[in-house]
Design a protein around this ligand. Sequence first.
Ligand SMILES: NC(=O)c1ccc[n+]([C@@H]2O[C@H](COP(=O)([O-])OP(=O)(O)OC[C@H]3O[C@@H](n4cnc5c(N)ncnc54)[C@H](OP(=O)(O)O)[C@@H]3O)[C@@H](O)[C@H]2O)c1
Length: 362
Amino acid sequence: MAAERVHVPFPVGVLGATGTVGQRFIKLIAAHPYFRLHALGASARSAGRPYHQAVKGRWKQTTAVPASARDLVVQECVPDRFQGCVVIFSGLDADVAGDVELAFRASEFAVFSNAKNHRRDAQIPLIVPLVNPAHFAIIPHQRSVQTPRLQRGFIVTNANCSTTGLVIPLAALEKKYGPLDAVLVSTMHMDIMDNVIPYIGGEEEKLEWETAKILGGLTQDGTSFNLRAESPLRISASCSRVPVTEGHTETVSVRFSHRPPPSPQQVRETLAEFSTEAQSLRVPSAPQHAIIVHEDNDRPQPRLDRDSQDGSCVHVGRIRQCAVLDIKFVVMSNNVAIGAATSSIMNAEIALSKKIIISPDS
Ligand SMILES: NC(=O)c1ccc[n+]([C@@H]2O[C@H](COP(=O)([O-])OP(=O)(O)OC[C@H]3O[C@@H](n4cnc5c(N)ncnc54)[C@H](OP(=O)(O)O)[C@@H]3O)[C@@H](O)[C@H]2O)c1
């Protein structure tokens, strides 16, 4: 099925527009076939300044500040300043995202968040667009339990960037071979020099419970998540900071519930063939290949692979037998693209296609 026809351009706002994730939103939305930048928000430190001045000296993208963002004046993150937008993409710092995103939802905006604050909420879906867009089905219920009941507003969150890289291959394996029983994962994150720091606060817990929420289904009445109560997946995660600017690497070992488990060659073929609802809907940001399987022993690598398909897919390599569980492999994904901004944008494209986003003048 092709994506529903969308009335373009569709005005959108970006909260946290000056940060790492916000800048990637600006770059992607400026070139997007449906969305047009309409309002930008950040802290009081940036508010009141034209966007190009607010990001002067800290613009991290490889292309210049897009013309459509340059002269937009950065606003404080209050709903009144975002009138005319229907969709809000949030790259806000977690210290403020919680209340700000609730205020935008209450003002009937469709909010796509990257922050951790609402990921555990019982009515807010945690959607990795290449895995569980079926969870959009809870949005009518989310609207109905707000006081007052909402007509158009909702919040959808993305997963943590490492969870996103992990769950895409896990979903492909479960789709073909049934429930996984156990996963061991070690992640390697960015941004230190000449060191490895074997601790990232809260990260290991997020990988463990987010995976269960994403891979579990919705209950039959569509009002809650089943969190895999019947087939609990045991995950043990270890997360470290390493000197890489962009791209998260994860070493993963999995054990399947059904015996005998698949061979490394079967796993290779299953991952390479994995196709997703986002691709069948043909939304603009969906990658041609959800998972790129590498044969060379020294791949994937962040520097060589993080920008392929604009960072919208996951890379898997070194698929081999595991002497303790069943199969082990290496995953690499772009934390700012599929791990953040690209996921939000693909979620919004899917939500439009499923008519979850309702424009006030539709
Ligand atoms: N970086 C990643 O790889 C990644 C991946 C996935 C998810 N995330 C999540 O995405 C979010 C943004 O991450 P980031 O790395 O882009 O952070 P960042 O670079 O520190 O950017 C934070 C943004 O929040 C704004 N902000 C800070 N305090 C504010 C306040 N009091 N009121 C309004 N705006 C405020 C900042 O505005 P000013 O510039 O004006 O201070 C900036 O635009 C976080 O929740 C993070 O956990 C990040």
